[in-house]
Design a protein around this ligand. Structure first.
Ligand code: FPP
Length: 236
């Protein structure tokens, strides 16, 4: 079915438009988030079906804490339930799970669920699911910089040996290739701090559709668009 397509190895998605989707239907924003979670499930299945190896999704940014308390509480509740429900699904599908971001700001319960899922799935390699939570690209770069500076100051690392490879060992996606394709739903055309180091050579795609309506057909359209692009990775 997809023989003619060039399949990106790594797709990353900014899951935007949950609020607008709900508003357009006269529903509370929270219903948009619940339907966003359902769409995420469909997207994981579609990516796996098309032969994508890694899917990274932006679920919660470092700035999202400043949303109204009721919305943040709702999202935390949704994340807590999601993390608890995924255990069986990820095992059945041999999916390796990883959180990108600073876990320390989440409740103890959520942190424990995150670590449990990461540990339970650590030996799977069929498919990789990264969920960016309390993630910011600038914070990630600062984290890597601090860790590297500390290794230099303790004498563990020579300053002249710092290169891209060393840096990549200190970002959340360590060990994984950068995304080939970054999608932001809902028509907004900016990255909002998503994968700032990793996005250097990614193709960008901005479909107008809101994330709760995202499905297998939309992933196929994104892959078709990606297939048409003349990638010059490494040449420029
Ligand atoms: C952006 O839409 C979306 C979020 C801040 C939350 C993303 C969360 C989900 C898709 C829920 C599922 C995720 C997991 C991990 C269970 P928005 O609220 O900013 O929409 P708007 O721009 O239309 O207001």
């Amino acid at each position: 079915m997809v023989d003619y397509l060039k399949i990106p190895q790594h797709i990353a998605i900014i899951m935007d438009g949950n609020g607008r989707w709900a508003k357009s239907k006269g529903l509370p924003r929270t219903v948009g988030h619940t339907n966003g979670a359902k769409a995420l499930q469909r997207v994981v299945e579609a990516c796996k079906k098309f032969g994508v190896k890694i899917l990274t999704v932006y679920a919660f940014s470092t700035e999202n804490w400043s949303r109204p308390k009721e919305e943040v509480d709702f999202l935390m509740d949704l994340f807590a339930k999601y993390l608890k429900n995924q255990s069986k699904k990820l095992a059945e599908n041999k999916i390796r799970f990883r959180v990108l971001g600073d876990k320390s700001r989440f409740s103890k319960d959520i942190q424990e669920s995150m670590i449990k899922l990461e540990n339970e799935t650590k030996d799977f390699d069929e498919f990789y699911l990264n969920v960016a939570m309390n993630y910011g690209g600038r914070s990630e770069i600062l984290k890597a910089t601090k860790e590297i500076a500390s290794e230099v100051s303790s004498g563990k690392l020579d300053i002249n040996s710092i290169d891209e490879k060393v840096f990549e060992n200190h970002i959340y996606t360590f060990g994984q290739p950068s995304p080939d394709l970054i999608i932001r739903t809902s028509g907004e055309q900016r990255l909002s701090g998503f994968l700032l180091w990793q996005c250097s050579y990614s193709e960008l795609y901005f479909p107008k559709i809101h994330f709760p309506d995202f499905d297998e057909e939309q992933i196929k359209l994104a892959i078709e668009e990606y297939s048409k692009r003349d990638r010059r990775y490494g040449k420029v």
